[in-house]
Design a binder for this molecule. Structure first.
Ligand code: ADP
Length: 312
């Protein structure tokens, strides 16, 4: 079975409003699928349907080949859910938390000890196993939440925005642990509104907006929606007289505008003429004190498709 998940014409209405409005896609065995979209796109609703927590209004969902409505028992055993809201006990040790979830999945005897240790090591909390979550940072609690969700070694792991509002170190630990889970053979569906994360770890990406899939494919496929552009930001001094029109006339320049001391220039990558821009600025008497560059990203893809920013 190549498709672990098959979703066909799925709809979910809350009263009159469609949170998911006719969505179809598949998830391949062993891949990390990134579900990307701004707040309100329908990601949590989708994740909750796949996690068998919510029933769809219409459409078909199959997981491991079982129909979502008829095969819940089979499906539940094979999936691991990492919810957005923490599902941990603050007053018992990290290890006891993970043991509790192992018990829910009927793990017994030596298997419990082995898998609890494996889960805690995966999220780098084994050395804090005896401490209570109430002493943990937000990021550590999120990591413990992951350990609880995957202790039974599920085939399919469904994560709902596991890195919201946490420190960069915990975020890196979480992204690393997701890659390790994939290397160990799991299939992962990962929802987020951080495009850098899906660019870093997802094999395939689905971009959702207002209950619809607006684009899907590999990172490379999605970049074909945008032109090959780079935007340079030049931080200048003595630039009062800079003539932006002159920059516009340089071959390959698509756009240029000056805001305060920063000149932003967007160029066509195939005709990238950075040296020409720098020469013109120097001739104009500007001093360049710093420069950054930014290639078109999934943020640009989203903007081009919807006219909105992912973070709106
Ligand atoms: P996301 O996870 O991408 O932020 P959600 O699935 O949470 O999106 O929400 C999609 C839409 O459905 C939003 O407009 C949201 O307000 C609405 N919605 C979500 N849950 C409920 C609910 N329980 N009752 C009514 N409307 C809901």
């Amino acid at each position: 079975m190549n498709h672990i998940v098959e979703v066909e014409h799925l709809k979910k209405h809350y009263n009159e409003k469609a949170a998911i409005d006719g969505v179809s896609f598949e998830v391949n065995k062993g891949e990390i699928l990134g579900l990307l979209g701004p707040n309100g796109a329908g990601k949590s609703t989708m994740i909750n349907i796949l996690a068998t927590v919510l029933s769809p209004t219409s459409g078909n969902v199959k997981i491991f080949g079982y129909d979502l409505k008829k095969g819940v028992k089979h499906i539940k055993q094979g999936i691991g859910i990492v919810p957005q809201d923490l599902a941990i006990f603050e007053e018992i040790s990290a290890e006891k938390n993970v043991q509790f979830f192992a018990g829910l999945y009927n793990l017994k005897g030596k298997t419990v000890d082995e898998q609890v240790e494996e889960a805690l090591r995966l999220v780098r909390l084994y050395d804090r196993k005896d401490d209570k979550p109430k002493t943990f940072s937000g990021g550590m609690k999120r990591r413990l939440n992951i350990a609880c969700g995957i202790v039974h070694r599920p085939q399919l792991i469904i994560m709902d925005e596991p890195t919201v509002g946490i420190d960069p170190q915990s975020r890196n630990h979480i992204l690393e642990s997701i890659k390790t889970l994939k290397d160990n053979g799991a299939t992962i569906i990962y929802s987020t509104h951080y495009m850098e994360e899906v660019e870093a770890i997802a094999d395939r990406i689905i971009i959702m907006n207002e209950g619809h899939i607006i684009a899907q494919g590999t990172n490379k496929d999605l970049h074909q929606h945008v032109k090959d552009e780079t935007t340079y930001a030049f931080h200048l001094t003595q630039c009062e007289r800079v003539n932006v029109n002159l920059i516009h006339q340089i071959e390959g320049v698509i756009n240029a505008h000056l805001t305060g001391d920063t000149l932003e220039v967007t160029v066509d990558q195939s005709k990238d003429n950075l040296s020409g821009i720098i020469a013109t600025l120097t001739t104009e008497g500007c001093q360049i004190v710093g420069m950054t560059s930014k290639k078109a990203s999934l943020e640009t893809v989203f903007l081009e498709l919807t006219g909105r920013s992912l973070r709106d």
